[in-house]
Design a protein. Structure first.
Ligand SMILES: NC(=O)c1ccc[n+]([C@@H]2O[C@H](COP(=O)([O-])OP(=O)(O)OC[C@H]3O[C@@H](n4cnc5c(N)ncnc54)[C@H](O)[C@@H]3O)[C@@H](O)[C@H]2O)c1
Length: 336
């Protein structure tokens, strides 16, 4: 098969491309504008493609808002499936600049779906987020838990989900898998690729940067939550386990199964303090931690129910180990 991966130079997309190149014989084409993705990541993926000698890798530096260019790429390639990662992903920025999020995440996704329909690309795998649940009404969060995003980022993703669902309902030859990621963390076990975006706000990355003295201190937002140690609890999933969920989703759609939505997480969580303690232990550095007031819109507890992805896609976790996740993140941070 020939798979189009948008955002393949970014954090999660690059881990999926790596697995496609190493574990399948599919050809892969990446579309990325390199706004937060990196040429160095593409160079590494090119090396992986050469070493693994499976499918070919091609790259277009194009912005998804350039509809004419996107259409040209579909005209000159025959794609069997699209994996759509490209998006703007910073929640606070989405509150300040919502239109950036609706344009990049919702409008560009809508166009991509339209072009897929026009060129009869029948399989679409979409990167969604636990942010569609907002402050969830039940924990563990199931796919049927009410969606109620509390910021434009989450809403821009939920709108894309609805557009996919409506399109698939109207077109029997178009099917999708929506993957709702919980907290993605860690890096390639062999330390070849990782999260390179310098201003990322993800806790494990920030803890690794603080351990390496790239930041002076780490802030803990809220220590008075109704959790055992008072800090928020999140479900951290290693990026390679998340990547393998995409390969399972592709196989699932290729077998002719019906469109569906799956949570991606381990089904258990760690508090902010537990993550920081683990990073201190792994790095052997007692870095500075400061406490700050709660941020609005941070639920105390966000944990997935992952029963559905395990039972339906046959997905299994291999890196469900906080110390390993922290170690891969730390090793990667030494590189960047
Ligand atoms: N990182 C997380 O914890 C997390 C959690 C939930 C969901 N997600 C979703 O996963 C996906 C990937 O996230 P990530 O963490 O890898 O982010 P990232 O910023 O590392 O990757 C996004 C990639 O898309 C590219 N891109 C963005 N807008 C583009 C455009 N208009 N045209 C072409 N390329 C464009 C960027 O250059 C980058 O390479 C996103 O859709 C995000 O919403 C991420």
């Amino acid at each position: 098969m020939h798979i189009l991966v948008t955002g393949g130079a970014g954090y999660i997309g690059s881990h999926v491309v790596k697995q496609l190149l190493e574990k399948t014989s599919h050809d892969v084409t990446i579309i990325d504008n390199l706004s937060t993705g990196h040429q160095a990541t593409l160079d590494t993926l090119e090396q992986i493609a050469l070493t693994s000698k499976n499918g070919d890798l091609r790259f277009y530096r194009t912005d998804l808002s350039n509809f004419a260019e996107i259409e040209k790429i579909f005209l000159t390639n025959r794609f069997d499936a699209v994996m759509h990662f490209a998006a703007s992903i910073v929640v606070p920025e989405s509150v300040i600049n919502p239109l950036k999020y609706y344009m990049n995440n919702t409008v560009n996704t809508t166009n991509l779906i339209r072009v897929c329909n026009e060129y009869v690309v029948q399989k679409f795998i979409f990167s969604s987020t636990a942010a569609v649940y907002g402050e969830p009404s039940e924990v563990p969060v199931r796919e049927t838990t009410q969606t109620h995003p509390i910021n434009p980022y989450g809403m821009s993703k939920l709108m894309s989900e609805h557009i996919l669902q409506d399109t698939a309902a109207a077109k029997s030859d178009f099917s999708f898998v929506i993957l709702r990621y919980f907290n993605v963390a860690g890096a390639d076990i062999n330390n070849r690729i990782g999260q390179s975006f310098p201003n990322a706000t993800h806790l494990i990355k920030v803890a690794a940067q603080t351990a390496l003295a790239q930041r002076e201190k780490i802030s803990v937002f809220g220590t008075d939550y109704d959790t055992p140690d008072g800090t928020c609890i999140r479900d951290y999933i290693h990026v390679d386990d998340l990547a393998s969920a995409h390969l399972r989703a592709l196989a699932y759609l290729s077998e002719g199964n019906k469109s569906d939505i799956f949570n991606c997480g381990y089904g258990h969580g760690f508090s902010v303090y537990e993550v920081i303690e683990t990073m201190k232990k792994i790095s052997d550095i007692d870095f500075t931690v400061e406490t700050s007031p709660r941020r609005s819109g941070d639920p105390a507890l966000l944990i997935s129910d992952n029963t559905k992805i395990k039972n339906t896609l046959g997905w299994e976790a291999y890196y469900d180990d906080l110390a390993l996740i922290c170690k891969t993140a730390l090793d990667w941070e030494k590189n960047v």
